[in-house]
Design a protein around this ligand. Structure first.
Ligand code: ATP
Ligand code: FE
Length: 333
């Protein structure tokens, strides 16, 4: 089947075309406008989606060499995400599907992040354990099949990506801070400063304590030495990153041990973090895990992951109707 997929849950406008499970095009228009505000401004994101959507969809179809009349289905992210952003993509997809007389497929964004592992080889086999670490979510998921997933642990407050971004902001780094902190951390000493690890009982996470502890620590140190941050930047970054990674690894190890799953997958934008990748590889060697990490373009928001998820849903006959409406808080199960 030929599927056009649309992703507009946050601040990236994506369109992809997949035919017979093969990715033919995958385009994304990112929004620069939010940088100056230090975070995504929902109203501006919706407006930018309005501007980007038609050109991105047109270009994705053109690159795939497929006419809109040849499509077998139109897929779109239903949630979770920002309501205004989801509305723009959702209304576009519904209108497009209605006008062309094609079926509509509503895709859960967090399932799509996980199924990004099935866009290209190597693919994990079912069942496997997935750690999703994105800007808005931190979840440990047992993936039994493409359609059968169970969240066994998640963050009770901030997501891992948020923890990177908020602590980076305290250090004066540009938004989004995660990649900047990662780069600086490479030159620093991860053992220099100790911050609290946010592993909860069971498989849950908590990252808000880290942010508060960094805030008070910096306040105290800067009062004594105004150039404390500048003088210790790399060590601060390395220590913060080490804390976040240690928290993630502790819960992942616990979940892998208890479930007996030996295939471990990473999903979401924080999968790009070099400290997390190194620690996971080391852990994998020690534990005998097989590790899966998709290409970075498939870790951050993209429409290819929506297309592959839609492919599985279409196979199972899981179609939506014109009554489909966006759900900003759509749950994974
Ligand atoms: P969600 O799917 O939960 O709504 P999202 O899709 O917007 O969130 P992603 O695009 O998956 O989030 O990931 C973005 C996050 O990844 C940001 O918080 C960013 O700082 C973080 N990130 C990206 N690269 C790195 C890195 N190298 N180190 C740490 N964090 C990183
Ligand atoms: Fe996302």
């Amino acid at each position: 089947p030929r599927i056009l997929a649309i992703e507009s849950s946050c601040d990236d406008t994506g369109a992809a075309v997949m035919a017979g499970g093969k990715l033919l095009s995958n385009l994304v228009a990112t929004q620069k406008v939010h940088e100056q505000y230090g975070g995504v401004v929902p109203e501006l994101a919706s407006r930018a989606h309005q501007q980007h959507l038609l050109p991105v969809v047109t270009a994705a179809l053109k690159e795939a060499g497929i006419s809109k009349h040849e499509l077998d289905a139109v897929a779109v992210t239903q949630g979770p995400g920002l309501l205004g952003s989801l509305l723009v993509g959702g209304m576009f997809a519904k209108t497009f599907a209605l006008a062309l007389g094609k079926p509509l497929i509503a895709v859960n964004h967090m399932r799509a992040h996980i199924l990004a592992h099935f866009i290209r080889d190597p693919k994990p086999s079912f069942p496997f354990l997935c750690l999703t670490v994105s800007g808005g979510h931190t979840q440990l998921v047992v993936v039994r099949s493409a359609l059968d997933m169970e969240v066994i642990g998640q963050t009770i407050d901030d997501a891992a990506g948020e923890a990177f971004d908020k602590t980076s902001k305290l250090l004066g780094l540009p938004y989004p801070g995660g990649p900047h902190l990662d780069k600086l951390a490479r030159q620093g000493d991860p053992q220099r400063f100790a911050f609290p690890v946010g592993a909860m009982p069971g498989y849950d996470f908590s990252f808000s304590g880290l942010k508060t502890s960094v805030l008070y620590f910096l306040r105290k140190e800067v009062a004594a030495n105004p150039s404390f941050v500048a003088e210790n930047l790399a060590d601060l970054c390395a220590s913060i990153q080490h804390t976040i990674v240690a928290t993630l690894l502790r819960q992942l190890r616990r979940a892998a041990t208890d479930t007996g799953l030996r295939q471990v997958a990473l999903a979401g934008g924080v999968a790009a973090n070099s400290g997390l990748r190194t620690a996971l590889q080391q852990e994998a060697e020690a534990q005998g895990w097989e590790v899966f990490i998709p290409d970075f373009a498939f870790c951050t928001d993209n429409a290819a992951m929506v297309a592959v998820t839609a492919h599985f849903q279409l196979e199972a006959g899981d179609l939506a109707t014109q009554l489909m409406s966006p759900d900003p808080r759509l749950k994974l199960t």
